[in-house]
Design a protein around this ligand. Structure first.
Ligand code: B12
Ligand code: SF4
Length: 496
């Protein structure tokens, strides 16, 4: 008996990363002869997907979930699919960290917890054969009386190579190309799972249990060569949580792939010799979880990193491989952070951007996730988790999510950081006073009465409504402002 399955991942308009989770689950199902369709759509397209469910009547419909705004279209679509009578299944990190909560959303029939490949196979078999679900490891479900059941967890897949991401199910692979330095056809690949570290805010300790598993070199090479032969990719972006889970082995992997690359590194790796190796092997950019400029905050989240190393690592990059772009991410509003420690982070961001012309520093506002090591602390400090799945969709790393970060100030801080230190926008002399004001705010840590932001939003809305003003803006904005188009994929007006 074979099933017809829809797997759906809603994305926001700026994110164009292949939906690896459902690409792997699709492979597991296809290996067993099932028919699978993948949808990777922006949230506003959810009705179109539901229309196809009505027309094609799949045996079950699966949704990939991440905590935050992406949940809203996921919930809308799940409700509509459920109303059509198709069984609904949630998977992905969000559903994994709160399966019982997810089942409280009445439209969710099943949750596949953690790695989905084998659980999806066994679940499909049980569904088609009309068997009970109690023996499917890693499945959460409701019985006929509506009682939730969380089955025992499924052990991790021992050989990652047993499953491969089904690229051929994506309708438009070139849509996932990124720019990587001078290379225009870089594509994300995913070659390991997990991370050996234990950062207190991260999903890794609770979901991946600090394990780290790579694909074999032969597997990675086969995938990359296929993408080269069929789509002419000219660089890769290693999308892994932590690329260098085993340093020497992964260096050999990068050398064997022999394509310009980007990926995650921790600052302690950035010794001169390592930076030289990165440069020699064609590294174009790196993502670095810097998190905080304060040692006390880093210790409170078990980052296992010295604060001075952030500046030291970025200095080494600037000295030995200045063409490598460093994307450093920071978290504001971690539970133990004092105002002075927040100041340390804001100051550090400014210094890093002075040290390295190719450093981009972004901030996220802390969001507590259930099960993460910091969760009990967040609750103890008065954080009240949302009571519904729609409530979790309000989470947003660009605004305050906890009682100790004001929602609006978080948003303002995030926007100013984006303009000054991610886009590194620079303006025509006419815009100088405006940028000066933003910089003053940053130095003073003053994120109230954001009049210039409100004026910009109102002005932007007006311009958007009037045809000739819109055309004028599109013509003038690129001349008035210089910004990093790679990090600011939106229109020029968003970078000002
Ligand atoms: C690449 C990546 C992105 C990409 C693309 C994400 C995508 N298309 O899914 C981009 C850059 C767009 C991105 C954005 C964000 N991300 Co992100 N991202 C990742 C990263 C590094 C890899 C995701 C991935 O491809 N994994 C590989 C696959 C194989 O694993 P998987 O997705 O977990 O899938 C497996 C299982 O979960 C399950 N499964 C997944 N989906 C489904 C669906 C069904 C039906 C079934 C049965 C099973 C199943 O089976 C899969 C195979 O075993 C993860 C960390 C990680 N390692 O997972 C963070 C991660 C998922 N991201 C995270 C976050 C917070 C975000 C953002 C909210 C951050 C932001 N900038 O706002 C946004 C949200 C984007 C959105 N769509 O709303 C968090 C999520 C935490 C949470 N509580 O949900 C993570 C875990 C990072 C972290 N360390 O905390 N992200
Ligand atoms: S190093 Fe990155 S992926 Fe690993 S636990 Fe820390 S935040 Fe998570």
């Amino acid at each position: 008996m074979s099933a017809h399955v829809f797997l759906i991942n809603f994305r926001n308009h700026r994110d164009m990363y292949p939906p690896f989770g459902i690409m792997y689950v699709a492979d597991a199902l296809m290996q067993q002869g099932h028919r699978v369709r993948i949808f990777h759509e922006t949230g506003d397209k959810w009705r179109d997907v539901v229309r196809l469910v009505r027309d094609e009547r799949p045996d079950w419909v699966g949704f990939s979930t991440i905590t935050g705004p992406q949940l809203r279209p996921t919930i809308e679509a799940t409700r509509a699919v459920k109303a059509l009578g198709a069984p609904t299944v949630w998977g992905g990190v969000h559903a994994t960290i709160m399966p019982e909560e997810a089942l409280k959303e009445e439209s969710v029939d099943f949750v596949i917890v953690n790695e989905g490949e084998i659980t999806a196979q066994e679940f499909t078999a049980a569904l088609l054969e009309g068997r009970g679900f109690e023996n499917v490891l890693g499945l959460a479900w409701r019985d006929q009386d509506g009682q939730p059941h969380i089955n025992p967890p499924r052990p991790f897949i021992t050989n990652l190579d047993d499953f491969r991401p089904r690229w051929e199910l994506l309708p438009d692979i070139p849509a996932y190309f990124l720019q990587s330095g001078p290379y225009q056809r870089a594509i994300p690949v995913y070659i390991s799972r997990g991370c050996p570290f234990r950062c207190g805010f991260c999903y890794n300790e609770v979901v991946m249990k600090r394990t780290w598993r790579p694909h074999s070199q032969a597997f990675v090479l086969e995938q990359v060569r296929w993408l080269q032969d069929h789509y002419g990719i000219d660089a890769v972006d290693y999308a892994d949580d932590y690329l260098f889970g085993r340093i020497k082995a992964m260096q050999r992997m990068v050398e064997a792939v022999a394509l310009p690359w980007s990926g995650q590194v921790r600052v302690q790796l950035l010794k001169p010799e390592f930076v030289q190796w990165m440069s020699d092997t064609g590294c174009q950019w790196v993502n670095i979880g810097a998190e905080s400029g304060s040692q006390a905050v880093l210790d409170s989240i078990a980052k296992d990193q010295k604060a001075w190393m952030i500046e030291w690592g970025v200095r080494n990059l600037a000295e030995y491989a200045p063409h490598i772009e460093a994307n450093l991410s920071f978290i504001i509003g971690l539970p133990a952070e004092t105002p002075a420690e927040r100041r340390d982070t804001l100051d550090l961001i400014e210094r890093l951007c002075e040290i390295h012309p190719n450093a981009r520093c972004s901030i996220s506002i802390y969001m507590p996730y259930p099960g993460t090591p910091l969760w009990p602390d967040a609750l103890a400090r008065g954080y009240q988790p949302p009571q519904s799945q729609m409530g979790w969709s309000e989470f947003d790393i660009h605004k305050g999510n906890t009682p100790w970060v004001d929602e609006t100030e978080g948003r303002i801080m995030s926007e100013i950081c984006d303009i000054l230190f991610v886009g590194r926008s620079q303006g025509h002399w006419l815009l100088k006073p405006y940028y000066g004001l933003l910089r003053w705010r940053w130095r003073k840590g003053f994120f109230k009465w954001y009049v210039e932001g409100a004026l910009k939003t109102k002005g932007g809305q007006l311009v958007e409504r009037i045809g000739f003003l819109r055309a004028l803006r599109d013509k003038l904005a690129p001349r008035l402002v210089r910004y990093n188009a790679n990090t600011h994929r939106g229109p020029a007006a968003e970078a000002i």
